[in-house]
Design a protein around this ligand. Structure first.
Ligand SMILES: [Mn+2]
Length: 343
C-alpha cells in the first residue's frame, strides 16, 4: 500500500501492521501527514515517534492490527489523529500498562507512557471482539514567537524542606492568547523522590497547558504512575469570558478573593498518579480586583486576607514572600503562588 503514503491531500492513511518493517511505514505515514497539516519540525517528530510506539506495540502484543492517521478538527482547532486497532489479546489493566517501566512482554508500558506524554490526549477502549482501540490527538498550536499581551500578574515564593536540597514542590505559569494557566504541585513527602514526582507532573502539564483541566489531571496521573504521586491544584483563566476554572486534588490550599468575598473551591481527596478520582472543575467569576492564592501544605492555612492586605499593595511577589516568611513550616517544602490582573 505504498501509494497511500504519498499524495499530499491530507487524506487518512491506514497502515496494516504485521511485520517489523510495517513500523517504519506507520512512522512515515504519521510524519508525512503531520507535515502536510503544517506541524513544525519538533512536533512532527514527536507525532511520528508516537505512531512508532503504537505500531511497535502491535508487533509485540497483538496478532494483527492497523495504524490509521487522519486530519482532525476544523478552523483554529486542527490537528492529527493517530489510531491503533488490533484483534487482541488486549491488556488486562490498561491504566497500569501505561506506567513507564511496567510491561507484560517487554516495553509496552514504556511505549504508552511515551504516547501519553507526546500526544495531547489518549483514549483507550476494549473492542467488541477482543483487542484494543487506541486514539490520540495532537493539536497545532500558534507559534511561540507570537507575543500576546500578558494579562495576568503572578508572584511566587518557594523553598525546600530545611534538610533537603531538592524541592518536592513545583509550580507552573503559562500565558497564551486570552488565557493563562497556573498551578501548585506538591510531590508526596520531600527530597529527591518528591522532586521527581512533582517535576513529572509539572512537565506533563506544561507541555499540554491548553488542554481542558480534567484532561490535564488524567494525563498527569498517568505520567506520575511510576512516581510517588502528587497533590495538585490548577487554575485556568479565560480573560475574554472574565472567568476562572479551578480543579484541585489533594490538599493544596486554594482561595479566590473577590473584594470582600473569599471562595474555597471544591477539593477532592486523593493522590494524582495513585488513586485520584476524576477532577471536579468549578467556574468562578474573575473581576478586575480578583486575587487567587494557592499554596502547598508546607504553608499553614491558618491565615486571613486582612493579615496580608498591606503586603499585597507592594506587589504580588512581595505578597508571596510575606506569606512564605510568615507561615512556612521548616519540616516541609513550601510554595505559594498568587495571581492577579496585570496593570
Ligand atoms: Mn507538602
Amino acid at each position: 500500500m505504498a501509494e497511500e503514503l504519498t499524495g499530499g491531500t491530507c487524506k487518512p492513511v491506514v497502515v496494516q501492521v504485521e511485520a517489523p518493517s510495517d513500523v517504519r511505514r506507520a512512522r512515515e505515514a504519521a510524519f508525512g501527514l503531520a507535515g502536510e497539516l503544517g506541524f513544525a519540525a519538533i512536533p512532527r517528530e514527536e507525532i511520528a515517534l508516537a505512531a512508532t510506539e503504537l505500531a511497535t506495540n502491535l508487533i509485540r502484543h497483538a496478532t494483527r492490527g492497523a495504524i490509521t492517521v487522519s486530519a482532525s478538527g476544523a478552523g483554529a482547532h486542527r490537528g492529527i489523529l493517530v489510531e491503533s486497532e488490533d484483534e487482541g489479546p488486549g491488556i488486562a489493566d490498561i491504566e497500569r500498562a501505561m506506567t513507564d517501566g511496567y510491561s507484560t512482554a517487554g516495553g509496552l508500558g514504556m511505549g504508552l507512557g511515551t504516547v501519553n506524554r507526546l500526544m495531547d490526549d489518549l483514549e483507550i477502549w476494549p473492542r467488541a471482539h477482543g483487542g484494543l482501540h487506541i486514539a490520540c490527538h495532537r493539536w497545532i498550536r500558534p507559534s511561540p514567537e507570537v507575543v500576546f499581551e500578558r494579562q495576568l500578574a503572578v508572584g511566587v515564593a518557594s523553598r525546600p524542606h530545611r534538610l533537603s536540597q531538592e524541592n518536592g514542590d513545583a509550580f507552573l505559569i503559562k500565558q497564551w492568547e486570552a488565557n493563562a494557566l497556573v498551578g501548585v504541585i506538591d510531590g508526596l513527602g520531600h527530597g529527591p523522590f518528591a522532586h521527581r514526582a512533582s517535576s513529572t507532573a509539572r512537565q506533563y502539564v506544561e507541555t499540554h497547558f491548553d488542554q481542558p483541566l480534567q484532561k490535564l489531571f488524567r494525563g498527569a496521573g498517568r505520567a506520575c504512575r511510576a512516581t510517588r504521586g502528587v497533590v495538585m491544584a490548577l487554575a485556568r483563566f479565560d480573560f475574554a469570558r472574565k472567568s476562572i476554572l479551578i480543579a484541585n486534588i489533594g490538599n493544596v490550599e486554594v482561595r479566590l478573593l473577590n473584594g470582600v468575598e473569599t471562595t474555597n473551591p471544591v477539593l477532592r481527596r486523593g493522590i494524582v498518579g495513585l488513586n485520584a478520582p476524576e477532577a471536579v472543575v468549578n467556574e468562578f467569576p474573575w473581576g478586575p480586583k480578583s486575587i487567587l492564592v494557592m499554596h502547598s501544605d508546607g504553608i499553614s492555612s491558618q491565615w486571613k486576607w486582612s493579615d496580608f492586605e498591606s503586603a499585597a499593595e507592594q506587589g504580588l511577589n512581595c505578597l508571596a514572600q510575606r506569606i512564605l516568611q510568615t507561615l512556612a513550616k521548616p519540616e516541609d517544602d513550601a510554595t505559594v503562588l498568587v495571581a492577579g490582573n496585570a496593570l
